[in-house]
Design a protein around this ligand. Structure first.
Ligand code: P71
Length: 454
């Protein structure tokens, strides 16, 4: 059931195929370098691209832009306290800013942050603070096939072994990313969250969520975990957060806003030290780089994202696209994730050498065939080992089609399915991929890298 109707529309256009080819060549075969107006259906990211509701827009008028003690901050605080049960909140301009503050406070050089696959900005901030990530995703989470319902789960034995080997004092904190973006938007079960929490409590190690897609994770728990099938989403969310010391949040995903983020914490003394850092990097602690309007929209969005009708439809749209592709034999990560469909580049182009960026080629060809913009989450995004400089070989080379929430209809996504299927049929005999010709010397390379055909 579609739980909304459309009140405002945004025109989009499909450029003719020869123009698309010219545009992507000019962009160095990197979809990040395309102009949005040259894209027909934009599945680059679900981050900040969802549609806001009438209530969110109306709350924007209530934005209190006072520098200190803004009413909007208190409304956001109330929402977060109510939904997550975490008492302290520090707004930040987006998710990575929350990561930055937390890592500056908790990481000393050489410390580890074990977790399921960390998102790339998360890893970058941990490394910036001179820490290192440690992947304890359980084995099946690294495979694009199979039907394990909770591929985001952490391997508790690997976590225990990591703590044992490094020593408790070397563990900065443990991070659970819900859902796990990097392996396909895969959820973490309540049972696993509880088990990880038990280990952390035993060792007195802090446990955090990267909560960007917390509502989608709660939905999968409701759909797939035995004890939660009749439980309402808000109750599942409360229970999930009862196991952690806090979270970083990119509100651009599951708070349904174009911009925003926050840290939510249980521990007052950590909150006090983060407040000081926040003032330096983000702004006063009752706005943290956001306008009062942003905080209002966020406070409201957090309430809407845990609505049963909303979450059923929005994750359902993603599953429906996945099923269409599966029927046509397109190789994707299974089970389908919460926020997008991830094409397996190595299986999509089985004859292309894996060091020639097959997933990046899927993105390029999909744009050329249909004006659809996706994003590579594979060998280019993985970057280089910070210690050796060698290219990291990710276990999967993926092309992600992220579905902005409430923005596209089934009709748009049927068009996308047809474009993907056409690209797949055309590409079966391709034998050569792409070579990277431009690479920034520092930072996250996939934004600005340039390619040529091999
Ligand atoms: C996504 C993004 C946005 C993005 C970021 C970098 C390159 C391309 C696209 C952002 C996340 C995320 C998780 C799990 C933290 C952040 C950072 N994802 N954790 O998937 O997925 O949040 O963008 O608000 O700073 O397209 P931020």
């Amino acid at each position: 059931m579609l739980p909304y109707r459309i009140k405002v529309v945004e025109p989009i256009q499909l450029l003719p195929a020869p123009v698309r080819e010219k545009k992507i060549n000019e962009a160095g075969l990197n979809v990040f370098r395309l102009k949005s107006q040259d894209v027909y259906i934009d599945l680059l990211t679900d981050s900040g691209t969802s549609a806001m509701s009438t209530l969110q827009w109306s709350k924007i008028m209530l934005g209190d832009e006072s520098y200190a003690g803004s009413e909007s901050f208190f409304r956001l605080q109330n929402s977060v306290q109510e939904i997550f049960g975490l008492p302290f909140i520090l707004p930040t301009h987006q998710g990575r800013a929350a990561e930055h503050l937390l890592d500056m406070a908790l990481i000393k050089p050489g410390m580890l942050v074990p977790g399921n696959i960390h998102f790339d900005t998360t890893r970058a901030h941990i490394e910036l603070a001179k820490g290192r990530t440690f992947d304890v995703t359980f084995e099946e989470g690294h495979s694009s096939t199979g039907d394990n319902p909770f591929k985001g789960n952490l391997d508790c034995k690997a976590l225990e072994a990591c703590i044992e080997k490094a020593g408790v004092e070397k563990i900065a904190y443990v991070l659970i990313t819900i859902t796990c973006n990097s392996n396909g938007g895969q959820p973490v079960s309540m049972e696993n969250i509880a088990a990880v929490s038990k280990i952390c409590r035993h060792h007195k190690i802090k446990l955090f969520f990267d909560a960007a897609r917390f509502a989608e994770n709660a939905f999968f728990i409701q759909q797939r975990e035995k004890d939660f099938q009749k439980k309402p989403i808000p109750e599942i969310v409360q229970r999930m957060f009862s196991y952690v010391d806090g979270c970083t949040m990119s509100a651009k995903k599951d708070a349904l806003v174009p911009m925003g983020g926050f840290l939510a914490l249980r521990d007052e003394s950590l909150f006090e030290s983060l407040k000081t850092l926040g003032v330096l990097y983000e702004g006063f602690y009752t706005y943290g780089g956001l306008s009062g309007m942003d905080m209002e929209a966020m406070a409201q969005g957090l309430k809407e994202v845990i609505d049963e009708n909303y979450i059923h439809y929005s994750v359902g749209q993603v599953q429906r696209l996945g099923e269409k592709l599966k029927k046509a034999g397109v190789p994707t990560v299974t089970p389908f994730g919460g926020h997008g469909i991830f094409i397996d580049g190595r299986r999509f182009y089985p004859n292309i050498p894996e060091n020639q960026f097959p997933a990046q080629l899927v993105c390029v060809e999909l744009y050329k065939n249909g004006g659809v913009r996706s994003v590579e989450a594979g060998a280019c995004m993985a970057g280089r080992n910070p210690d050796t400089g060698a290219n990291i070989r990710p276990t999967m080379d993926l092309c992600r089609m992220a579905i902005p929430r409430r923005a596209y209809t089934h009709e748009h996504l049927d068009y996308v399915a047809d474009a993907v299927i056409e690209t797949f049929e055309k590409g079966k005999t391709k034998k050569t991929g792409l070579l990277m010709t431009e690479e920034p010397s520092t930072g996250i390379r996939h934004f600005s890298a340039g390619f040529k055909y091999a």
